[in-house]
Design a protein around this ligand. Structure first.
Ligand code: ADP
Length: 745
C-alpha cells in the first residue's frame, strides 16, 4: 500500500494502477473486465479501487484510441484502450500485444516506421510541450491497412520513467478523403497545367505562324523591292526621312547611316546633286509634301521617271511613292528609287521597232499598190498592143511584110502577158507552198548551154556580148530539179539583159568551188553585167516582192518586180543562198551558191532531138482538146513542124481512138485536162488500162492551162508521161516528146 498514492496527474495515476496490476499479475484486460467483475481483488482501499475502475472505464469509453508505451528503445506497450483495440480488430490487449510484437514499432506500418520515428523525434525536440502529431498506416488483425492520426505526448512518469501517451484515431476515411481531394486537386492542377500547356502551345504555334507570316511578308516586300536601289520611309508631318535601303548615291546623302534626317533638306540635296538639270524642276515638284499629299489622295502610289547625271553618263531612274499612312491623313510614305535604264531603252527600242514595222507595212502596202497599178498597166499595155496590131495586121493582110511585123509584135506582147501571168502564178504558188523541188538526173553544163541558147538572141538584139562559162565545173552530172535551176538562172540572165544598155557585157560563170564527201559539191553561179546598176538603198529591198527601182512607165523596161523574189525563193528551197552586189552606172553581180549532189556513175545520155523526132514523123499525134481555138492552134503548129495530127474533143473519144488504133498508128497523145464527158486524167487512166500493151503504153503528154505543181503531180499519177502548160512552148514540147520516146527505147 505504501507505493500506492493517487496523484493529480491522470496519466501518472493510471500508470500507477497499471503498475500495481502488473506487479499483482492482474492483466489489464481483466482490469477492464473488472469494471463489471467483482472477483478481482486489488490491494487497495475500496474507494481507490473504485477510482481505478473509473479511470479504466473512462479510458475504455473514450471514443478514440489511446495508447501508452515506453519511450525507450523497445517502445513496449503499456496500455491500449478498447477503442484502440477495436481499431486493430483485437478483443484484448494481449491480442494487440501479440500482433504488434508488444511495441509501438509494431503498431506502425513497417514502411512508415522510419519516417514516423524521425518525425516524432524532431517534433518532440522542437516542441515546448513535448507534443507531436504523426499520420501513418497500421496493419489490422485481418491484414487490412488503415490510416491513423497520432497525437502524442512525451512525459517522464515517476512510476515507469519516460513514456509516450498517444491518442490514435482511425483516419482512413479522412485520409482517403484527403487523398481523393488531393487527387482531385492534383487532377485539377494537372488539367489546368494541361490547359495552360495547350494554351502555351497554341500561342507558340500562333506566334510561329505570325512570325512566319511576318517573315514571309518581309521576304515578299524584300523580293518586290529587290529592284529598288534605295528605299526611304518619310513622315511628312514631322519632316523626317528614314532610310531602309541605300543606293551608292543616297549613301552620300545619309553618310551611310540608317538614321533619320530632315526630309525637306534631303529632297532638295538629292535633286541638286544627282538629277539631270532638265529634270530637276520635275523631281523637286513631285517630292514636295503638298504634291505627294494631293497625288496620293486619289491613288495608293505614283511614279515619275527622270534622268540622273553620273560621271559623263545619263541614266534613267524611277521614283515610286507609296502611301503607307494608317489613316486618311496622308503622312507616312515610302519612296523607292530604281534604275529603269534598260526598260526605257527597251521601250524606246520597241517603239522604234514598231515604227519600223509600221513603216515596212506601209512600204509593203505601197509596193503592193504600186504593183497592182503596174500590173494593171502592164497587162493593158500588151493587150492594147495585141488588139491594136491585130487590127493593123488585118488591114495590111495584103502586104505580107507589114502583116508579119504586126504579128511579131502581137507575139511579143503575148509573151509579155504570159510572163506576167506566170510570175504572178509562181508567186501565188510559193505563197501556197505548192512548190516541190524534185531530184532527177541532170547535167549542169547542158543547163548552162540551154540558158546560153535561150538568151543569146535577146543579147544579140541589144548588141550585148554574152559569155557563159562552165569550164570550172568538174562534176557536171548532178541530181537536182533541172527546171528550177534553169528558172532562177533565166531570171538573173533576163534581168542582166533587161538592165544592160546596148553594147554592154554579160558573163555567166558556173564554178565548182568545193568538193565535199558523199558525192556532193558546192557550186557558184555568177551572173555579172555592165548594166545600169542598183542604188545601195534599193539593193536591201531587191529580193522583196513587187519591188522595182523604177516602174515600167518611168524606166521603159517591162517588169513585175517578182523575178528576183521567185529566184531567191527557188534558191532557198534548194538550200542555197543568193546575194547581189552593184554599183550604179558600173554594173551588177548576182551570186548563187548551191550544194548539189553529183552522180557517181553518170549515164552519158545525150538526146539527139532531131533524129528521134524524125523517127516519129510518119506516125500521128492525137490532140485531145475541147477548145476549138486551142485545137486549131495546136494542130497548125504541129502541122507546121511536119507532124500528122488527129484530133478529138473529149476523153472518151480519145480512149476509143487509141483502143481502135493500129499499134504504131499514133506516136503519142497530147491530152488536155479539163474536158466535158471525160476529163484528161480519167482518159489517160483508161488508156493505160487497155489490154493491148502496144496501145496502153502510148506516150501521153498533158497539155493544160493548169500550171500548179499538184496538177503536174496528178497528171503523172494518172499515168501520163509529162505535164506541159499552155500556151504551147514548141521547143519544150519537141524536147519532151524526144525525151519520152528515147526513154521508151
Ligand atoms: P523586174 O525585173 O520584173 O522588175 P525583178 O524582181 O527581177 O523584177 O527585179 C526587181 C528590180 O531589181 C528590177 O525592177 C530592177 O530595178 C532591179 N534589178 C534586177 N536585176 C538587175 C540588174 N541586173 N541590173 C540592174 N537592176 C536590176
Amino acid at each position: 500500500m505504501a507505493d500506492y498514492k493517487i496523484g493529480n496527474n491522470l496519466i501518472e495515476h493510471m500508470l500507477l494502477i497499471l503498475n500495481i496490476a502488473q506487479r499483482n499479475n492482474i492483466s489489464i484486460d481483466l482490469l477492464s473486465e473488472k469494471c463489471t467483475n467483482e472477483d478481482i481483488s486489488l490491494p487497495l482501499d475500496p474507494s481507490s479501487i473504485d477510482s481505478i475502475y473509473e479511470i479504466i472505464g473512462f479510458m475504455d469509453e473514450m471514443p478514440g484510441g489511446f495508447l501508452i508505451y515506453h519511450a525507450d528503445g523497445n517502445e513496449e506497450i503499456i496500455y491500449a484502450n478498447k477503442a484502440l483495440l477495436h481499431i486493430f480488430q483485437c478483443n484484448t490487449l494481449a491480442e494487440l500485444r501479440y500482433i504488434t510484437g508488444n511495441s509501438f514499432r509494431g503498431v506502425v506500418h513497417r514502411e512508415d516506421l522510419e519516417a514516423v520515428e524521425e518525425s516524432i523525434k524532431k517534433q518532440i525536440s522542437r516542441s515546448k510541450h513535448d507534443l507531436d502529431y504523426v499520420e501513418y498506416r497500421i496493419v489490422r488483425k485481418d491484414g487490412t491497412i488503415r490510416w491513423v492520426d497520432d497525437y502524442g505526448h512525451f512525459i517522464h512518469s515517476q512510476t515507469v520513467g519516460d513514456i509516450f501517451y498517444v491518442f490514435i484515431s482511425d483516419a482512413t476515411e479522412k485520409h482517403n478523403h484527403h487523398l481523393s481531394e488531393k487527387e482531385a486537386l492534383l487532377n485539377d492542377k494537372k488539367e489546368k497545367e494541361q490547359k495552360l500547356q495547350t494554351l502555351i502551345e497554341e500561342y507558340d504555334k500562333e506566334r510561329k505562324i505570325i512570325n512566319q507570316e511576318q517573315l514571309r511578308r518581309l521576304e515578299v516586300i524584300e523580293g518586290l523591292s529587290v529592284n529598288y536601289a534605295s528605299i526611304l520611309y518619310v513622315d511628312l508631318d514631322t519632316d523626317k526621312v528614314l532610310p531602309y535601303r541605300l543606293s551608292v548615291r543616297n549613301e552620300n546623302q545619309f553618310n551611310s547611316e540608317f538614321k533619320a534626317h530632315m526630309f525637306s533638306r534631303y529632297a532638295k540635296d538629292y535633286v541638286n546633286t544627282w538629277v539631270h538639270p532638265e529634270d530637276r524642276s520635275l523631281v523637286a515638284r513631285v517630292t514636295t509634301p503638298e504634291y505627294i499629299r494631293e497625288k496620293l489622295s486619289n491613288c495608293k502610289t505614283y511614279y515619275v521617271n527622270y534622268r540622273i547625271q553620273s560621271d559623263s553618263t545619263t541614266q534613267y531612274l524611277q521614283l515610286r511613292v507609296v502611301n503607307v499612312s494608317t489613316d486618311k491623313h496622308i503622312s507616312q510614305v515610302v519612296m523607292g528609287y530604281r534604275n529603269v535604264d534598260e526598260e526605257i531603252l527597251l521601250a524606246k527600242e520597241q517603239q522604234r521597232a514598231m515604227e519600223e514595222a509600221l513603216n515596212n507595212a506601209k512600204l509593203a502596202n505601197n509596193a503592193k499598190n504600186a504593183f497592182l497599178s503596174n500590173m494593171s498597166h502592164d497587162m493593158r499595155t500588151p493587150l492594147n498592143a495585141i488588139f491594136g496590131y491585130t487590127i493593123l495586121a488585118k488591114q495590111h493582110i495584103q502586104t505580107p511584110e507589114a502583116a508579119l511585123s504586126y504579128l511579131d509584135k502581137i507575139d511579143s506582147s503575148g509573151k509579155q502577158l504570159l510572163d506576167l501571168i506566170e510570175k504572178v502564178l509562181e508567186i501565188s504558188l510559193m505563197e501556197s507552198r505548192d512548190i516541190q523541188i524534185t531530184e532527177t538526173e541532170c547535167n549542169l553544163c547542158d543547163i548552162l548551154h540551154d540558158i546560153h541558147n535561150t538568151i543569146q538572141l535577146q543579147a544579140d538584139e541589144k548588141n550585148i556580148s554574152l559569155t557563159v562559162n562552165s569550164t570550172k565545173i568538174e562534176h557536171c552530172d548532178i541530181y537536182r530539179d533541172e527546171e528550177k535551176i534553169k528558172q532562177f538562172l533565166l531570171y538573173l540572165a533576163n534581168n542582166a539583159i533587161k538592165y544592160t544598155k546596148t553594147g554592154g557585157k554579160i558573163n555567166i560563170n558556173a564554178v565548182e568551188i568545193e568538193r565535199l564527201p558523199n558525192d556532193c559539191s558546192i557550186y557558184r553561179f555568177i551572173v555579172e553585167d555592165t548594166g545600169i546598176g542598183i542604188h545601195k538603198e534599193f539593193l536591201d529591198h531587191i529580193f522583196e516582192p513587187f519591188e522595182r527601182e523604177q516602174n515600167t512607165t518611168f524606166s521603159g523596161v517591162y517588169g513585175t518586180g517578182l523575178g528576183l523574189t521567185i529566184a531567191k525563193n527557188i534558191v532557198e528551197m534548194m538550200g542555197g543562198t543568193i546575194t547581189a552586189e552593184s554599183t550604179v552606172g558600173v554594173g551588177s553581180t548576182f551570186t548563187v551558191t548551191l550544194r548539189l549532189r553529183t552522180q557517181s556513175n553518170p549515164l552519158m545520155v545525150s538526146i539527139d532531138t532531131d533524129r528521134i523526132l524524125d523517127q516519129v514523123m510518119h506516125q500521128k499525134i492525137l490532140i485531145v482538146d475541147d477548145n476549138e481555138i486551142n485545137l486549131e492552134i495546136e494542130t497548125e503548129i504541129l502541122h507546121g513542124l511536119g507532124f500528122t495530127v488527129a484530133t478529138v474533143t473529149n476523153g472518151i473519144d480519145a480512149v476509143n481512138t487509141i483502143s481502135n488504133a493500129e499499134p504504131d498508128e499514133y506516136a503519142l497523145v497530147l491530152m488536155d485536162i479539163q474536158m466535158p464527158v471525160m476529163d484528161g486524167r480519167r482518159a489517160a487512166q483508161a488508156i493505160r488500162e487497155l489490154k493491148n500493151p502496144l496501145l496502153s503504153r502510148i506516150p501521153i503528154i498533158a497539155l493544160s492551162a493548169n500550171a500548179f505543181e499538184h496538177d503536174k503531180r496528178m497528171s503523172l499519177k494518172c499515168g501520163m508521161d509529162a505535164h506541159l502548160t499552155k500556151p504551147i512552148d514548141v521547143p519544150l514540147l519537141l524536147e519532151t516528146i524526144a525525151r519520152i520516146i528515147q526513154l521508151r527505147g
